[in-house]
Design a protein around this ligand. Sequence first.
Ligand code: SF4
Ligand code: SF4
Ligand SMILES: [Zn+2]
Length: 119
Amino acid sequence: MTEPTHIVHGVPFIRTGECNRCGACNCEKWNCPHFSKDVDSKTVCAIHNTLTEVCKICTRDKKSGWYDFGKPVIHQVCADFPNHPWLNVIKNKQCGYIFTEIKTDGISIKSQLDAIWVK
Ligand code: SF4
Ligand code: SF4
Ligand SMILES: [Zn+2]
């Protein structure tokens, strides 16, 4: 299987690893209607296998961060998460995913951006 490639600020990365269900991507904080916890206290996404499909449930609550101008939400943001090597959950290694830069001519653009990256 080919790992997904993400391009962030013009720098291509390969994402490897897998979700350890730590919950640090804030499903709980966002009050997502699909969020729950397993008996082992690990986070569970009830629609994990259908994340790219249109969802009507989570648009019912206008106060929800998931309410998107009354339109059905596609959980692409969740399906793609994490998609960014500078996310705090990546930097602090809490997330089970790892980003590896695809260097061009042996030059690391990430190391240059790391120095100027503003959270
Ligand atoms: S739909 Fe997204 S925010 Fe909601 S539980 Fe699943 S992964 Fe978390
Ligand atoms: S932060 Fe990463 S490892 Fe933790 S639940 Fe989210 S995707 Fe999974
Ligand atoms: Zn939904």
